[in-house]
Design a protein around this ligand. Structure first.
Ligand code: THU
Length: 146
């Protein structure tokens, strides 16, 4: 699967964002070791602080099928929700909490995840290794696991 195809999967997932409070839709897509893709979108709550990010939803879905260790690559896309879809030309970068949640999958799987940050409009994509986004991460190894 190409980077562009993974980004398109994230874009499709973002259409299901439940984001009536921020009006900012985000989609995430995880490329798995078997070539499959698991997606998620942000899931806000009227009690704002309970909201879940797209990446965390996708990772929880991977975990629910026992595949947290099988994540290889990640795409994230997002933008302001408008009548015509999502808008904005800035690539969306995972928030700090999501970087930490991504690290759980990365360390358990023994992979430095490739993370593609895409914009709703235009073709700007910034790709990073998770270790660049979250250097010196605390993870399972610090607790004696893996
Ligand atoms: N959001 C994500 O889904 N992922 C991120 O990495 C950044 C932020 C969501 C949370 C909230 O629903 C909306 O974007 C605005 O912060």
């Amino acid at each position: 699967m190409t980077r562009e195809e993974l980004i398109e999967a994230a874009r499709t997932a973002a259409r299901n964002a439940h984001a009536p409070y921020s009006r900012f839709g985000v989609g995430a897509a995880l490329l798995m070791t078997d070539g499959g893709v698991i997606t998620g979108c942000n899931f806000e709550n009227a009690s704002y602080g309970l909201s879940l990010c797209a990446e965390t939803v996708a990772l929880a879905t991977a975990n629910a099928s026992g595949r947290l260790r099988d994540v290889v690559e990640v795409a994230v896309i997002g933008g302001a929700i408008t009548d015509g879809g999502l808008s904005g030309t800035a690539p969306v970068s995972p928030c700090g909490r999501c970087r930490q949640v991504l690290n759980e999958a990365a360390q358990l799987g023994g992979r430095d995840l490739l993370v593609h940050c895409a914009a709703a409009e235009g073709d700007r994509v910034a790709s990073y290794r998770l270790s660049e986004l979250l250097p010196h991460a605390f993870g399972p190894a610090d607790l004696g696991l893996e």
